[in-house]
Design a binder for this molecule. Structure first.
Ligand code: PEP
Ligand code: MG
Length: 781
């Protein structure tokens, strides 16, 4: 890491966290990396993350740097219990010196907690709902400064969105969970069947167990991956000519490097750049001077190149295997992979690096290495079972990206399975059935058919444009805030960005970013979407979003106060600088400029004046920039709803910010759980207001994109489509199922839903009506 120990926590930390998320492959790994990074940057002896279990009551320690690792997953507390529980309960940062003296203090002996003299707990939220707490502890007495609390709150905000996203992905897999339950029932049936079978035949049903690395069910013939040449095959050679051996080594290094480049390219094409990064690491090792020097030294001491290789690689593998961290331990497999490929090139069969699979089947191997995964024909692999290996291995990570059901650590696998045995891989319950009886096969085949129908249904939608059943094209874009969201948006098939919330990067810094920093950031986003439109919204601070370096005024009503475009217009230099950066970034792709919280035409004209100023600054400085950006405003204040026809004469497009619009129309704070029942997207006043915007914008031929959360719920979506909306922007993981939902309804049906709902007087009736209409859609039931 390029930061000194004392570097202030700032954008680098947030960007580093984004990078960590990109590199991480599951929630636990991400949390582990985050606590390590935050502890270092915030100079804390302990950083821990507690998350609420699905029961919404129990806080569980999910990751820690500084407390005993054994406590992870085990230490739990109720909301309100101890200081951590207190932070969750009070929904406020809790900063306490000498925590032991605090009446709410509780000691958890499993954590190996020493005496800590300072405690800082910041709650994590998903909008209104508590998610968990991030905690810092120090041995010395420490005053957490206001900026530090604020910086940690920003990180807490980001951790929250990671957790929410991970849980969203979980719910996408809910179908698989159902399958798991069916499989469990089947297992009961299987056992009773096994008893009967055993009575008939002494062998019964043979099932091995292992660890689920990627869930799902598969059925097929065993394809056994033969062990390639290993170090055990090396004979110690005498009478060595060192010069010859050194040349052999050089040539093997060169060949292996070329092959690795080939593998990297192949994986980048098939999977993603981030998966291919594994081979980048391999290349770095192959070019690492100390690695090469160690090999040469062994040869100079009179050993043959293969023996030198074995010794050096074994040393590295040993060192990696002793690491505490599971992720680093798994890097031993990468070292072994490099060693094997080098060895194959040394002894002359290195060109055979593409493995052939004759027929589709379930791959059975002692261990898979990343290069195996790159070389295998993934289309023919129905499932993977390995005898060794952990869930963090790169090969398994790649299997996950390909969506292949995988079971690892299945003891006795290679002894039990023969080529072409019929296998049922149940990577939901962690079982592998070898030549199971007909009844089991039949049940699983049915299950597999259901599973693959559902999966291919969603996957199919991810790739193709969103359309209703009658073929009407709907546009689904992503809401993003950070660089790491780009990858997520692509993964879920977003058509560009409907809302880029630029305040997130501002929130993580020690002061306002300069124009170049902002330009760099926006350019990365714009280029990341390669020609797809990106709607960049100017700063929307205030309300619940506070910048650490921009002290918020003491307001009784921050949401009704100095917020959003009001702050920007009162800080013209800052505002103009941001617009300059956006205009510069807009040379790199189609950008649309969006102003938040507009409530009058005066504000729109003032914004236009700032754009003109920004353009003239850039012209004078001869800096390349885009000249004519489409300019739009958010409709999120009731005043703007009533002004749409007038606004339409002055702007190019509208973005419906229903998150705020609902709170302002219904006088119900979007973040206050006490009034959450009043915060209702299906309130007739909300629907009428949206319909008014849509109709008036259409009469002026102005595009409207709805970018509030309400579009993610099919009930709301049905009404919104019916009233004429055709473009939505949402958190990207919702996109595939939204497409699937759209494909199951016709526009006529949506119009009928809206016409009926528009006549209803109460939320209760509207909820009921839409519920019935959704239930009546075959594809959704
Ligand atoms: C909204 O208000 O609906 C919106 C999209 O903006 P934000 O959630 O950032 O306030
Ligand atoms: Mg808003």
């Amino acid at each position: 890491m390029p930061h000194s120990k004392d570097a202030p926590i700032g954008i680098t930390t947030l960007e580093d966290i984004s990078a960590l998320i990109l590199q991480s492959h599951d929630l636990n790994e991400t949390l582990r990396n985050i606590v390590a990074l935050v502890a270092r940057r915030m100079r804390a002896d302990v950083c821990s993350i507690y998350l609420l279990d699905y029961d919404q009551q129990t806080l569980r320690l999910r990751a820690t740097k500084g407390l005993s690792r054994r406590a992870v997953g085990k230490v739990t507390m109720q909301i309100g219990e101890g200081l951590t529980g207190m932070a969750a309960q009070e929904r406020h940062p809790v900063a306490i010196k000498e925590p032991e003296n605090h009446p709410r203090y509780r000691y958890f002996k499993e954590t190996g907690e020493e005496k800590f003299h300072s405690f800082l707990g910041i709650p994590l939220f998903d909008r209104n709902a508590p998610l968990g707490v991030i905690v810092l502890q120090n041995r010395e007495l420490r005053d957490f400064r206001k900026e530090e609390i604020s910086a940690l709150s920003t990180i807490a905000f980001q951790v929250s969105s990671i957790v929410v996203n991970a849980r969203l992905l979980d719910s996408i897999r809910a179908k698989e969970e159902e399958a798991r339950q069916v499989a469990a029932q089947l297992e009961v049936a299987r056992q009773s069947l096994a008893v009967r079978e055993t009575a008939k035949s002494p062998t019964g049903v043979s099932a091995l167990t292992g660890t689920v690395a990627y869930p799902g069910v598969a059925n097929g013939a065993a394809v056994i991956l033969q062990e390639r040449l290993g170090f055990a095959d090396i004979l110690h050679e005498d009478a060595i000519d060192s010069e010859v051996e050194l040349r052999r080594l050089d040539s093997a290094l060169e060949k292996t490097t070329i092959q690795t480049l080939f593998l990297e390219k192949r994986v980048a094409e098939r999977l993603s750049e981030s998966d291919a990064a594994i081979f980048h690491t391999h290349l770095m090792i192959l070019e690492d001077r100390s690695f090469i020097e160690k090999l040469r030294n062994e040869i100079r001491q009179g050993h043959g190149a293969p023996y030198a290789l074995e010794k050096v690689v074994a040393g590295y593998i040993e060192a990696f295997s002793r690491m505490d961290d599971a992720y680093l331990r798994e890097r031993a497999a990468d070292m072994e992979d490099i060693g094997r490929r080098l060895l194959a090139n040394l002894v002359g069969n290195g060109s055979d690096h593409l493995l052939q699979i004759r027929h589709p089947g379930i791959l059975v191997a002692r261990q898979l290495l990343p290069s195996d995964m790159a070389a295998l024909d993934a289309e023919r692999i129905l499932g993977i079972v390995t005898e060794v290996g952990e869930q963090n291995s790169h090969a398994v990570i790649m299997a996950k990206s390909m969506g292949i059901s995988t079971l690892v650590a299945v003891r006795g696998l290679l002894k039990a399975v023969a080529p072409d045995d019929e296998l049922i891989l149940d990577a939901n319950s962690g079982r592998l059935y070898i030549n199971p009886p007909a009844a089991i096969r039949k049940e699983y085949r049915r299950l597999i058919a259901d599973q693959s129908r559902e999966q291919s249904r969603l996957e199919e939608f991810r790739e193709r444009p969103a359309r209703t059943a009658d073929g009407t094209r709907i546009t689904l874009r992503a809401n993003i805030g950070l660089i790491s969201d780009i990858e997520v948006a692509h993964r879920f098939g977003a058509e560009g960005v409907g809302l880029y919330r630029t305040e997130f990067p501002y929130m993580a810094r020690g002061d306002f970013p300069n124009r170049d920093d902002q330009y760099e950031l926006y350019r990365r986003v714009v280029e990341g979407f390669a020609g797809q439109p990106v709607t960049i919204r100017t700063l929307d601070i205030g309300g619940d979003k506070v910048l650490p370096y921009f002290a918020p005024p003491d307001e009784d009503n921050p949401f009704m106060g100095w917020r959003s475009v009001r702050v920007s217009l009162d800080n013209r230099d800052i505002f103009r600088t941001q617009i300059e950066a956006i205009l510069m970034a807009a040379q790199h792709g189609p950008v649309r400029l969006l102003f938040p919280m507009i409530s009058s035409l005066d504000e729109v004209r003032a914004c236009r004046a700032v754009i003109a100023e920004a353009q003239s600054v850039l012209r004078r400085a001869r800096l390349p920039h885009a000249r004519n950006l489409p300019m739009g405003v958010m409709i999120e204040v009731p005043a703007a709803v009533r002004l749409v026809t007038r606004l339409a004469r002055e702007v190019d497009f509208f973005a419906l910010g229903t998150n705020d619009l609902i709170q302002y129309l219904l006088a119900a704070d979007r973040n206050n759980p006490l009034v959450s029942k009043y915060y209702d997207p299906l309130h007739p006043a909300v629907l009428q207001a949206i319909a008014e915007v849509v109709a008036n914008a259409a009469s002026f031929n102005r595009n409207v994109c709805l970018c509030g959360e309400m579009a993610t719920d099919p009930h709301n979506l049905l009404a919104l489509l019916g009233m004429g909306l055709r473009e939505f922007s949402m958190p990207a993981p919702y996109i595939p199922r939204t497409k699937a939902f759209l494909a199951g309804i016709s526009l006529d049906y949506a119009r009928q839903a809206w016409n009926e709902v528009a006549e209803l007087d109460t939320s209760t009736e509207i909820h009921e009506k839409l519920g019935q209409m959704i239930d009546a859609i075959p594809a959704v039931r």
